[in-house]
Structure formats: structure tokens, C-alpha cells
Design a protein around this ligand. Structure first.
Ligand code: GAP
Length: 401
């Protein structure tokens, strides 16, 4: 874990929040590489669960909601953890809205799910989706955790990717099984080691107040086996509670004329925990050319940088010009490309290995035509094996993309 945290800081993935002020417990900042990695994870999820499906749509609701919504959902009375003295402490983070005298106390959402339930009727009225269908949302959530710990694993500000999948009451078990498989498919697509993910059936006494069945997906983190994501059957608890509290009918009308409140299956993913599980899965140490090295074995889809382009020597203008040309051409098609001309080639390889760049492309004198048969070819070096190949510039886009 120490090695991961240190690499994450050194290479610009994750920094302690407000570090120059001594940090702020439970808050973390994502650096230049971290934000790319995090965006790639979110895009993969959105594509897989929203864009590639016909039964899903997306939403981006406000973080601060009318506080009545959190009363109805049971969070004001029930979203609490025990303190050392046994007293219960509500972990919703509070804020106040409006000018001081008339300020209203409000909460920063503790889960993105709330925004989905209060928009159920809006989505049904605008898109008329047929059951079963789901609404997905990615966004920040906040919890005033009593003891934030284990790097980004338990933070006070974090990000969730959640789906509320609405079904006919008798269909919940089928949907639950389908989403159970989908959770594993997503983990695999990200590159989270499947042998390190374990399903745990959550006992009645440990389930959240709204759930009739929950499976936790746990991961073997360096600090132990802990929850990565969850899958819950929330019944009609939320829609019914919001209908009652708001006075707005949140039932669904079938083509057959039957009217009922849909039930809900909820796959809930933590972006930060997925990123941490990915870092732990990708972190590799091996020996290459007689030296030990560290690299991140990211797949192409999540790698923050897809390829790095180097001129063999930075003091040869003709090499630099050609390398700049290759870099600009590639960047048009694959934006996540890095230029690097610092230090010798070996150092550049090590640096790219540590940030998980799958390919390094070097422009040398042969590229310029010193050996005429090699004109307009480059060396492409593969991260995992260290092997190098001579390929034509024309083939780079398809290899790297
Ligand atoms: N809507 C259901 C829900 O919020 P949860 O198990 O409390 O369920 C879902 O949270 C996911 O959010 C967790 O599996 C985890 O990935 C992430 N998560 C929860 N609390 C977190 C925290 N303090 N820091 C980082 N991630 C957290």
C-alpha cells in the first residue's frame, strides 16, 4: 500500500487534499494522470451501462436537494454510525443554503440514488420508457465518515456510479441476477483482477434500512478484503416513501391499464474504490534487462496515456521535427498522447512504465531515411514485455487507438 500511495503521489495520480495546508482528513485531489484514469473508468461505465443499452438513460441531478427528500428516504433518521461512546452520529454532511437569517439547513447527498428517485416521474413523463428500465447517474457523494482511512478507500468526498433499475415486482430476482453478472463484466473491462473479487451475501441485520437483499462485491485490497461495490434490492421503498412525503403519485401505468409502484434493483459502484482496486491489480514489479522495475499494467481502454512519442536525441533538430510531426498526427486521432524528450531513452521508458503507458514510440535516424529501407518507420516498445518492433508510421493510429 505504501508503494502505491507513493507512486500515486510521485507520478501525479492522487495528492492529499489541500496538501500545502497540511491536508484535510478524508479529502483527496486527483492529479493530471489521476483525472484521466478516473475519466476513463467513468466513460467505460457510462458506455457499457447507458449508451450501449436500450433500456437505460442517464441523469445529472443536483448534489444539494430539498432536505425533505432525505427525511422521506430515511437518511435523516437512519443514516448514522456509532461513536466510541455508543451514541449514534448521522454521517450526512450539512451545509446551509441562503442568506444567514433565513438560511435553510441542507445536506450534501450521501448517495447519488436520491436524485434518481425524485426524478423518476420526470423521466417517465418525458421518455415514456417501458419496464424494465434503468436510470444511471455518476457524481459526487459526501459522508461525514467518523474515521476516514486507507487512502481513497474511505473518504468524506467521493464519487459514485449508480443505477436504479425499475422492474415489475415479480421480476426482481431475474433483474438481480442479470446485474450481478454485469457487475463482474464491468470489473473485468476495467482490469480489476477477477480472482480478487468476492461476493458476500449481506445478512438481514447488516443491510441498509431500504434493502431486502444485498450482495457486497469485496476486493482483496492491500489492507484486507473490503467492499468495492454493492447490489441491492430496494423494493418499492424509495418511490413509495417519496410519493407519500411529496404527495405526488409515483406509480407506473402499464399498457394493460395496470398501475403499481415499480420495484428497484440498485447496482452501486464507487469510482474511487474502483480506481484503487485497478491500481492494486495493475501494480507490477519485475526484472527487465537486469534491473527491477515497477509498472502499471493498465489495459488500453483505461490507460491515462495511450502512447508516448520521443525523438531519440533532443539536440538533433531534424529528429525533433520529425517526432513532433508524428506526435501531432497521432494526437489528432488519439488525444491521450504524451511528448517526452527528457533524459535518456531508458529513463523515459521507466517513467512511462510507472504511469502505465502501453506503447513508447521512438523516432531515430532510420526514420529520416539513414537506412533508406527503414524510412518512415519507428520503434514501438511494448510496456509489459519491453519488446521492440519496427513499424511504419502509417500503422501507428490503428495500433495505439
Ligand atoms: N446507493 C447505495 C449506496 O450508497 P453504499 O454501499 O453505502 O450504497 C455504495 O455505497 C458504494 O459507494 C460503495 O460500494 C463504495 O464503492 C462507495 N463508497 C461508499 N462510501 C464511501 C466512502 N466513504 N469513500 C469512498 N467510497 C465510498
Amino acid at each position: 500500500m505504501d508503494k502505491l500511495v507513493s507512486l500515486a503521489k510521485r507520478r501525479g495520480f492522487i495528492y492529499p487534499g489541500s496538501e500545502i495546508y497540511g491536508g484535510f482528513s478524508g479529502f483527496w485531489d486527483y492529479g493530471p494522470l489521476g483525472v484521466e484514469l478516473k475519466n476513463n473508468i467513468k466513460q467505460l461505465w457510462w458506455r457499457m451501462f447507458v449508451q450501449e443499452r436500450d433500456d437505460m438513460c442517464g441523469l445529472d441531478a443536483a448534489i444539494v436537494m430539498n432536505p425533505e427528500a432525505w427525511k422521506a428516504s430515511g437518511h435523516v433518521s437512519g443514516f448514522a454510525d456509532p461513536l466510541e461512546n455508543g451514541k449514534m452520529f448521522n454521517t450526512m454532511l450539512m451545509t446551509s443554503v441562503g442568506a444567514a437569517a433565513e438560511a435553510t439547513n441542507a445536506y450534501l447527498r450521501p448517495e447519488t440514488a436520491g436524485g434518481i428517485f425524485v426524478n423518476f416521474k420526470n423521466v417517465v413523463d418525458s421518455l415514456h420508457p417501458k419496464l424494465p428500465f434503468g436510470i444511471a447517474q455518476i457524481g459526487k457523494a459526501f459522508r461525514n465518515e467518523i474515521a476516514p482511512r486507507d487512502f481513497i478507500f474511505r473518504a468524506r468526498e467521493f464519487e459514485q456510479m449508480e443505477i436504479e433499475y425499475f422492474v415489475r415486482p415479480q421480476e426482481w430476482e431475474t433483474a438481480f441476477e442479470e446485474w450481478r453478472k454485469n457487475v463482474h463484466a464491468f470489473n473485468e473491462a476495467v482490469g480489476i483482477a477477477s480472482g480478487s473479487v468476492h461476493e458476500v451475501e449481506v445478512a438481514d441485520s447488516d443491510r441498509a434500512h431500504y434493502s431486502k437483499r444485498t450482495i457486497d462485491f469485496e476486493f482483496d485490497f492491500p489492507f484486507g478484503r473490503k467492499e468495492l461495490s454493492g447490489l441491492a434490492y430496494r423494493t418499492d421503498f424509495d418511490l413509495s416513501a417519496h410519493a407519500k412525503a411529496s404527495g405526488v403519485d409515483l406509480s407506473y401505468l402499464e399498457d394493460t391499464g395496470e398501475r403499481f409502484v415499480p420495484h428497484v434493483i440498485e447496482p452501486s459502484f464507487g469510482v474511487d474504490r474502483a480506481l484503487l482496486a485497478l491500481l492494486a491489480s495493475a501494480y507490477t514489479e519485475d526484472e527487465l534487462g537486469g534491473e527491477t522495475r515497477t509498472y502499471l499494467k493498465f489495459n488500453k481502454a483505461v490507460a491515462p496515456i495511450k502512447a508516448a512519442v520521443f525523438p531519440l536525441l533532443k539536440n538533433k533538430p531534424e529528429l525533433v521535427a520529425k517526432a513532433r510531426e508524428v506526435y501531432a498526427m497521432l494526437k489528432k486521432f488519439v488525444p491521450q498522447i504524451m511528448w517526452d524528450d527528457n533524459g535518456n531513452i531508458g529513463k523515459r521508458y521507466r517513467r512511462q512504465d510507472e504511469i502505465g503507458t502501453p506503447y513508447c514510440i521512438t523516432i531515430d535516424f532510420d526514420t529520416l531515411g539513414e537506412k533508406p529501407e527503414l524510412k518512415d518507420t519507428v520503434t514501438i516498445r511494448h510496456r509489459d514485455t519491453g519488446e521492440q518492433e519496427r513499424v511504419s508510421i502509417d500503422s501507428l493510429v490503428t495500433r495505439v487507438a
